[in-house]
Design a protein around this ligand. Structure first.
Ligand SMILES: C[S@@+](CC[C@H](N)C(=O)[O-])C[C@H]1O[C@@H](n2cnc3c(N)ncnc32)[C@H](O)[C@@H]1O
Length: 220
């Protein structure tokens, strides 16, 4: 009964959500596109010519948005998008998709091969991670799973971002959040918390943006 009430309230919010309507009108596969759009408009994250990795990309609204941004003035796409998810993904023109679990070394290797990068080689301008593991409802276990995928995204960024590159990850406020921010501060010159309007107030979801790697020489 309580579960049903919860579902009804979620459905009510969803149907009346302006971002759901906007996404439908614009042809985005998810309202999540507006979270990335708002952060991009504030922080100028995406530029034509960039190599962008989109982790946890399904159903694909972030990749759709990135693709628009790589096509300056609606022209040819300049740059690359490599998207990855454990779930299947309807193809998007100009987006290379890898299906697999980012926690597996084999899958990270596939991503490196697709990017044409050896381990430790830098060539990515922006790593996005909207990855969210399935929640079990057990707070500590869920926080640990979330932290784990964020750490993996951070390791990947640390290894493959260009010195001037950026990493944007989804996180959840609560246990583990401040430690994640501390780790970001060890790796990035600038660390910014972001809670776009399209991220529901009720949700503990928040985003952390790290910009410009520390301890990396510009020639590396
Ligand atoms: C909130 S959705 C992403 C929505 C997407 N940004 C969009 O705009 O369409 C989170 C995604 O993360 C994926 N995910 C979670 N853990 C993952 C993992 N370990 N490896 C790959 N994908 C993962 C899920 O399958 C899910 O599709």
């Amino acid at each position: 009964m309580a579960k049903n009430k919860f579902n009804q309230s979620w459905l009510h919010d969803h149907i009346n959500d302006p971002y759901v309507k906007l996404a439908q009108r614009h042809g985005y596969r998810a309202r999540a596109a507006y979270k990335l759009k708002e952060i991009d408009e504030q922080d100028h994250l995406i530029k034509p010519g960039f190599v962008v990795v989109d982790l946890g990309a399904a159903p694909g609204s972030w990749s759709q948005y990135v693709r628009e941004r790589l096509r300056a003035e609606g022209g040819e796409q300049k740059g690359r998008i490599v998207a990855l998810d454990v779930l299947p993904f309807e193809p998007i023109d100009g987006v290379t998709f890898i299906q697999g679990d980012f926690r597996e070394d084999r899958v990270v290797s596939l991503l490196e091969v697709e990017l044409g990068l050896r381990p430790g080689e830098r060539g990515v301008d922006l790593v996005l991670s909207d990855m969210a593991p399935n929640l079990s409802g057990v707070g500590a276990a869920d926080a640990a799973r979330m932290e784990h995928v964020i750490e993996l995204a951070l390791d990947f960024a640390q290894m493959h971002l260009k010195p001037s590159g950026s990493l944007l990850v989804k996180a959840f406020h609560g246990s583990g959040y401040s430690q994640i921010v501390e780790v970001f501060k060890r790796h990035f010159v600038t660390v910014l918390p972001r809670k776009p309007k399209a991220s529901r107030d009720k949700s503990a979801e928040t985003f952390i943006l790290g910009r410009t790697l520390k301890h990396v020489s510009a020639r590396e």
